[in-house]
Write a protein that binds this ligand. Structure first.
Ligand SMILES: Cc1cc2nc3c(=O)[nH]c(=O)nc-3n(C[C@H](O)[C@H](O)[C@H](O)COP(=O)(O)O)c2cc1C
Ligand SMILES: CCCCC(=O)C(=O)O
Length: 370
């Protein structure tokens, strides 16, 4: 029975090529940050209030003009057709049905126009939340601008610019497995260049991308821009100064620079740096309803999930992702009720206790890492 995120992973692994499972599960280097994200949530403790609940909990959110029925959004993940024939179209139908915002990866194997059509189809009985589009700014600005226009025309309501990838992370599992490219028949649909008779470009990850490019992008689009992957509080402040509308506080699920801190550990510092001027979405290691409560109480307005979506899609296609999102909804609602909260908004930071450093934390780490 699929009762937890872990169950989806187990079910997925029985169905997919172990090389693809490694691509999903893996991260950079020693995968210290991959583990740290989940462990950090396990180390945090919830301190509930009593005698103050309500009959129903409000789970809906509104962020940068996008309304959603849940604060759990789908972080951008590449290559959904690796694990499901319909790929991102299936994911989009499930997200629309759940009223969840889906961030379309620039490296998706279905084109954004087709993903948007799938979402509309599933949202027939009520407006689905809009899609957002994740972008790696390409040194070829003409190409980048055309892609932004494409995403905008398809109806995407925000741009999520990934800035933690001046070069690609070293994924040793993929290197050992020789998984260096998509298998024949699959391609990154957004990298097809209409100017060059449909040539498919590789996605450039370039160290020359700078704040000037963010300024340039700010000038070419009126869509809200979120930065994904800024981790230093000074960069969070710079983002505000450069007119960025929101942060997706993310360490790329431990797939870029290894040994960076867990995102939830950075959250209080980043929240203090932006001081409410722009919203913060957090991803990395969110696996339980209690994790969602912790992130929201510490200052995020929403959370993203990456690997769980890939596992659910691999385990059960559209239905699998639907069930996963339902599960997060049930767990979140249950945890909020137990915390004495009436909804996801305005959760106070004193709901969360971080254990003191020292011997106590070494003890809990052992417990979490088992
Ligand atoms: C298989 C896979 C593919 C990913 N592809 C992208 C991508 O194309 N663009 C991007 O910005 N982040 C990408 N990410 C990172 C996710 O957006 C997200 O930051 C991360 O997975 C969150 O951590 P979690 O997997 O622990 O939930 C990918 C992550 C995984 C696991
Ligand atoms: C060029 C594909 C990038 C995918 C990605 O960001 C990841 O695997 O983490």
């Amino acid at each position: 029975m699929l009762m937890t995120v872990q169950d989806f992973e187990t079910a997925a692994r029985m169905r997919i090529d172990p090389v693809h499972a490694d691509f999903i599960a893996g991260g950079a280097g020693d995968e210290i940050t991959v583990r740290a994200n989940e462990e950090a949530f396990r180390r945090l403790r919830l301190l509930p209030r009593v005698l103050r609940g309500s009959a129903e909990r409000a789970l809906d959110i509104s962020v940068l003009g996008s309304r959603a029925r849940t604060p759990v959004l789908l972080s951008p993940t590449a290559f959904h057709k690796l694990v499901d024939e319909e790929g991102e179209a299936a994911t989009a139908r499930a997200a629309a049905a759940a009223g969840a915002i889906m961030i379309v990866s620039m490296a998706s194997t279905v084109a954004v126009e087709d993903i948007a059509a799938a979402a509309r189809e599933a949202g027939e009985h009520g407006d689905p939340p809009p899609l957002w589009f994740q972008l790696y700014i390409q040194p070829d600005l003409g190409f980048t601008e055309a892609l932004v226009r494409r995403a905008t025309d398809a109806g995407c309501a925000a741009l999520v610019v990934t800035v933690d990838s001046p070069v690609r992370g070293a994924h040793e599992r993929d290197l050992r497995n020789g998984f260096l490219d998509l298998p024949p028949g699959l391609r990154c649909e957004h990298m097809v260049d209409p100017r060059e008779g449909g040539r498919v470009h590789p996605i450039a990850m370039s160290p020359v991308i700078s704040w000037e490019h963010i300024d340039w992008l700010r000038g070419t689009t009126s869509l809200p821009i979120l930065l994904k992957g800024a981790l230093h509080p000074e960069d969070a402040r710079l983002a505000v100064r450069h007119g960025v509308d929101g942060l997706l506080l993310s360490n790329h699920g431990g797939r870029q620079l290894d040994t960076v801190p867990a995102t939830v550990e950075l959250l209080p510092e980043i929240a203090a740096a932006v001081a409410g001027r722009i919203p913060i979405v957090l991803d990395g290691g969110v696996r339980r309803g209690t994790d969602v409560v912790k992130a929201l109480a510490l200052g995020a307005c929403a959370v993203g999930i990456g690997r769980p979506v890939m596992w659910a899609l691999a385990a059960g296609g559209e239905k699998g992702v639907r069930r996963l999102l339902e599960l997060f909804r049930e767990e979140l609602d249950h945890a909020l009720a137990l915390c004495g909260a009436s909804g996801v908004r305005g959760l106070p930071p004193d709901l969360v206790r971080a254990p003191a450093w020292g011997p106590a934390s070494a003890h809990t780490e052992r417990e979490g890492g088992a």
